[in-house]
Design a protein around this ligand. Structure first.
Ligand code: FAD
Length: 386
């Protein structure tokens, strides 16, 4: 039977192993997330126990090799992100930040001791990581960050503030990026280090089932062994962001798919003027347009995944995927809400929750404007963002 959210048999482009991983994650979300996620969203919480479950499933750092990580293909990782974000963008954000930002920064730029100390526990979900790049005054423009790391004998002294940090106030270790006299460097700051505090950002209207925090570094003294030895310059944090953005290309499509399924179910069961609203042409036009856009987004995700697995993907190609798929998913989630009418404004149905979440996804990991200008730079050779 044709899956209404996969009209062109994208599943046929996947290997058996990729389909199995997708199904396993989909089942996990159905059993452990879907029944509870509206409550987490309403309360503004992310249950920490879920980290251990995600670790048991092998989803944390799943595309990394060694140190307790599964070493799957990029497409398999993307499909896992898709199923997680079909549950909630907050859940996918947790997995992205843990695996693609915090763990990836250690895996790619850390010393052997740092990898041994943190990666196995992070893969198991026993230790939670975060990634502090953005600051209150520097978001799209991280090159001008104010956080400083200054040498003091063999140690470093870190001072500054990081803002909007996913998992910031629950993390056991923070990868913190700071200016030094030799350019931007990364440091691992364990929770409890004197001078290092965090606070949870409240009153969010988006990504509520995710903890977002502020990191405050007040003359934090760290040994040189806390520095990521291979990270030099802004390229290091940007390479981590490319990893996480790739997950968003797939993940956002999952949010769109879940919204579309909710709207399809509702349209077939809601009767007005004596027939299901699905039988009205205007509803069908909405559903058909959304299905076409969703299928196109999915095709783009799989294509970019194959490029990533081949090792040939370029940053502007990830910008194409992030820009297109997040704005497509956001438009779908909003349109689905209209099909649900008044019922669409409560947490009983997923589309408006997804739409609210996708507002954050549109902004983080490079805003839609910045990705537009990255593509503009590729087309014209002019960097209009600076
Ligand atoms: P600004 O950079 O101030 O931008 C404001 C507006 O101006 C945007 O529309 C932007 O596109 C536009 N703009 C800025 N510069 C230009 C330009 N040159 N040309 C055209 N338009 C421009 N950061 C982390 O380091 N780690 C995290 O874990 C993390 N998690 C996050 C979680 C959430 C829920 C959110 C909302 C953010 C998170 N961020 C994180 C921060 C995120 O990456 C930034 O919010 C984002 O980079 C934008 O920065 P800003 O909010 O300071 O906006």
């Amino acid at each position: 039977m044709t899956d209404p959210t996969d009209l062109i048999d994208i599943a046929g482009l996947l290997s058996d192993e990729e389909r199995q991983i997708q199904e396993t994650v989909g089942r996990f979300v159905a059993d452990h997330v879907r029944p509870y996620v509206a409550g987490w969203f309403e309360e503004g919480t992310f249950p920490r126990e879920l980290a251990l479950e995600l670790g048991k499933l092998g989803l944390l750092g799943m595309h990394l090799e060694g140190y307790g990580c599964a070493g799957t293909s990029a497409v398999a990782y993307g499909l896992a992100c898709l199923e997680l974000e079909a549950g909630d963008s907050g859940l996918r954000s947790f997995v992205s930040v843990q695996g693609s930002l915090a763990m990836f920064s250690i895996w790619k730029y850390g010393s052997e001791e740092q990898k041994q100390e943190w990666l196995p526990r992070m893969a198991a979900g026993e230790a939670i990581g975060c990634f502090g790049l953005t600051e209150p005054d520097f978001g799209s423009d991280p090159a001008n960050m104010r956080t400083r790391a200054v040498r003091d004998g063999d140690d470093w002294i870190l001072t500054g503030t990081k803002m909007w940090i996913t998992n910031g106030s629950i993390a056991d270790v923070a990868t913190v990026w700071a200016q030094t006299e030799d350019g931007i460097r990364g440091f691992l700051v364990p929770r409890g280090t004197p001078g290092f505090t965090s606070r949870t950002i409240k009153q969010k209207l988006s990504l509520r089932a995710s903890i977002t925090g502020e990191l405050i570094l007040d003359e934090v003294r760290l040994p040189d062994s806390a520095r990521l030895p291979l990270a030099r310059g802004l390229g290091a944090p940007l390479s981590c962001l490319s990893e996480a953005r790739f997950g968003i290309v797939f993940g956002s499509t999952g949010a769109g798919r879940d919204a579309l399924r909710a709207a399809l179910d509702y349209a077939n069961s809601r009767i007005q003027f004596g027939k299901p609203i699905a039988a009205f042409q205007l509803t069908q036009e909405k559903l058909a347009n959304m299905a076409v856009d969703l299928n196109t987004a999915m095709l783009l995700a799989v294509h970019l995944g194959r490029l990533k697995d081949a090792g040939t993907i370029k940053p502007h190609q990830i910008s194409v995927g992030k820009l297109n798929n997040v704005r497509t998913a956001l438009a779908i989630a909003r349109e689905c809400r209209t099909i649900l009418g008044g019922s669409g404004i409560t947490l009983e149905y997923s589309p408006l929750r997804h739409a609210n979440n996708l507002e954050s996804v549109l902004t983080y990991e490079g805003t839609s404007e910045i990705h537009t200008l990255v593509i503009g730079q590729t087309l014209t050779g002019h960097a209009a963002y600076r």
